[in-house]
Design a protein around this ligand. Structure first.
Ligand code: 13P
Length: 325
């Protein structure tokens, strides 16, 4: 078993999942502001410390994805976040993309940036304790969207990122997110997700990315947030698994879903329903952000007296998702 394969398997096995706590400074700041917390560097650190010090987190969490800012910060006990996670038996991951920017000449579509200097940044993060990385591409469904060029540009960047990570010893989480924004149907989401994943695996092959040393992080196949369609949990589970079966090679060790704006409870129900469908060739787990930390942030609201209740809210979500597996 290669070192990359071993890390990838650790991330997706034993009914554990990955916690995405890697919101960019801008996104984290606006989430803090929404709950009445001043968006300072220190408050972002305090909030992330609350998350990682949640009791018994390692029982259901295999890895935590951190942002660059957090990676360089310290907890109150003096250890860095990656050192602290290592002591807990949780793998430390790093978001290495630098965000989705408008694609040239196409203001409705985005290309994720961050390839320049990535080889050197990967080496730095490995030195600081990272074992895996994340890069998120976003694909929009709309009138005549996604365009071929947006899909191609994004899967190309994902494949080059994945190659650079593997060369430097990090397992890449490969995240092509078909967004829930819009009024599209479940069938449209299925069609777009299928074609994005097909293009992605062609590109990963071209770039000679070792498929047993990645974790795929896709969207579930759901109807758009603005759609009137409310598919049953079993329909989402079936459509998602059918899409993955049609596109994802069995050498990929595991698939860890993003939550994408689904409610925490629904995301967990969908994950649970997929596990009961025929034997699956890969591990299916969670790599949720909002669906794990949302209730904790809402509970905390910057009040240290609510710290334990907030950690309990996070614990409930990770335990529920682990149980759904
Ligand atoms: P959500 O689960 O909130 O969609 O976030 C997952 C993630 O890591 C997005 O890049």
């Amino acid at each position: 078993m290669s070192a990359l394969n071993k890390i990838a398997r650790t991330l997706v096995s034993n009914k554990r999942g990955i916690l995405a706590a890697d919101e960019s400074i801008g996104t984290m700041s606006s989430r803090l502001e929404k709950v009445g917390v001043e968006p300072t560097e220190e408050n972002r650190r305090v909030y992330r410390e609350l998350i990682v010090t949640t009791p018994r987190l390692s029982e259901s969490t295999s890895g935590i994805i951190l942002a660059d800012e957090t990676f360089h910060q310290k907890l109150n006990n003096g250890s860095t976040f990656p050192e602290f996670l290592d002591d807990l038996g949780i793998l430390a991951g790093i978001k290495v993309d630098t965000g989705a920017k408008p694609l040239a000449g196409a203001s409705d579509e985005k290309i994720t940036e961050g390839l320049d200097g990535l080889r050197e940044r990967v080496a730095d993060y490995v030195r600081l304790g990272a074992t895996f990385a994340k890069w998120r591409a976003v694909i929009t469904i709309g009138d005549n969207l996604p365009s071929d060029r947006a899909v191609r540009a994004n899967v190309h960047a994902l494949a080059r990122y994945a190659g650079l990570c593997q060369e430097g010893g990090l397992v890449p989480i490969v995240e092509p997110e078909v967004l829930m924004d819009g009024a599209h149907s479940l069938a449209q989401c299925q069609q777009v997700t299928t074609s994005v994943l097909e293009s992605l695996f062609e590109e990963l092959d071209l770039m000679q990315v070792q498929l047993d040393g990645i974790v795929l992080k896709p969207n579930m196949v759901v109807a758009g947030a603005g759609s009137l369609e409310r598919p049953a949990v079993t329909d989402v589970a079936r459509a998602t698994v059918d899409t993955l079966r049609a596109t994802v090679p069995v050498t990929v060790p595991g698939i860890a879903f993003l939550s994408g704006g689904q409610s925490p409870e629904l995301a967990t129900q969908h994950l649970g329903a997929m596990q009961s469908l025929d034997p699956l060739p890969w591990e299916l787990t969670f790599s949720f952000g909002r669906a794990l930390v949302g209730p904790a942030l809402e509970t905390w609201r910057g009040d240290e007296g609510k710290r334990i209740a907030a950690q309990k809210a996070l614990s409930e979500r990770v335990i529920a998702n682990s149980a759904a597996r």
